[in-house]
Design a protein around this ligand. Sequence first.
Ligand code: PLP
Length: 374
Amino acid sequence: MHYLDNSATAPVLRESAERAFTVMTADFGNPSSQHKMGIDAAHILKESRETVAAALHAAPGEIIFTSCGTESTNTALFGAARRRRKGHIITTAIEHAATLSCCKRLEQEGFAFTYLAPDETGHIPAAAFAAALRDDTILASMMLVNNETGVQLPVEECGRMLKRRCPEALFHIDAVQGLFRVPLTPSKWCCDLMSVSGHKIGAPKGIGALYQRKGLHLPPLLLGGGQESGLRSGTEALPNIAAFGTACQIRAASFERDVQHVETLRQALLSGLRERLPWALVNGAGDVPHVVSLSLPGCKSEVVLRVLESDEVYVSAGSACSKGKESHVLRAMGLDKARVDSALRVSFAPFNTTEDVEALLTGLGKAAAMLKRG
Ligand code: PLP
C-alpha cells in the first residue's frame, strides 16, 4: 500500500493508539471527579495540554480541546464575530469549507465580508489584505498553509497590519495544515485564535484544539458543565486528548528531520515527473514540501484516482473534503478547466518512502498511457 493522502488524514501513530487504549481501559476516570481516578485523569489532561501547548508555542492555559479542526474554527469565528454583533470581516477565497461555511452563515446574519483572491501561484498578496482593511474591520481569518496547494499565507504581515489599523479586531489562523509542517508562533503573528486538528499528525480523528490568546474570552458554542475554561463544555475526550499529546511529542522530536525527508520525497516526485511525464503541470508555488498539486490535462482526476487505487496508491482529487466537486482553490487561482478537472493532490507524511513515490510515478504513467492512448 502506498498512502499519499496525508493531508486528508494520516494513520494513527502506534504510540498514540496505545496511549488511547490505556486511557480508555485503565485511566478512564472523569477529570471532574473528586476521587483518585478523577484526579489521575485530570493529571493526564494537564500533561497533555502542556504537550500540545508546547507544539503550538503557547501557554497551557491558552489551549482549548475540541472535537476537530472544524469545531475549533466554528468556535473561533462565531465567537469572535457575534461578540461584536456587526462589522466587517476579511478572509480569503481559498479557505477550507470549515471557514467558508461559517462565513456564509455570518454573511446571512449581516456581517460584511471581503474574500481575498489568490494570484496564479496560489499566494494571497499581503498588499490586498492591507487594501481590504476598513475602520469597521472586527475580524480576519486566514489559513497558514493551503490544504490543496501547500502554499503558505502571509500571516505575520497580515497580523501586524490588522493590529496596527484595527487594534480591537481579532485574528484567527486555520493552522490545521500547518501543524508540524512549519513552526507555529501565534504570538509573533499577532494571532488571537488558532485552529489545529489531531488526525493530520498521527492522532485519532475526533480531537482538535483551539488556541485562545491569554486574556481573551470568547462566548462558547457549547454550554454545559463549563469544561475547557467554559469555552467548550462536555466531558473531555481524554483518550483522544492523551493520544494527541503523544503524537505532538513524537512529531516535535523529529520535526526538522521529517521536513528534510519530505522535501527529498517531493524532489523525487518532481524530477520523476519532469523525466517521465514532462507535460504534467504543477499547481501553485508549494511552499511546504508536504503537498504537491499536479495536473495531467486530458486525464480526469476521478479516473486517474481509480487507476492508482487499483495499484494501492492513494492520493486525492483536489482536497478530500471537496468530494468530487470542482476545486474552488484552483479555480480562484484562475487555472483553466482542463487543469482543474485533472488535478491531483499528493500529500506526504514522514513515514512515506521513495518506493511510494516510485509507485505513484508508475501509476501516473500507466493512467496517462490509458487515458491519452500512449
Ligand atoms: N482546515 C483545513 C485547512 C483542513 O485541511 C481541514 C481538514 O481537511 C480542516 C480545516 C478541518 O479539520 P477537521 O477534519 O479536523 O475538522
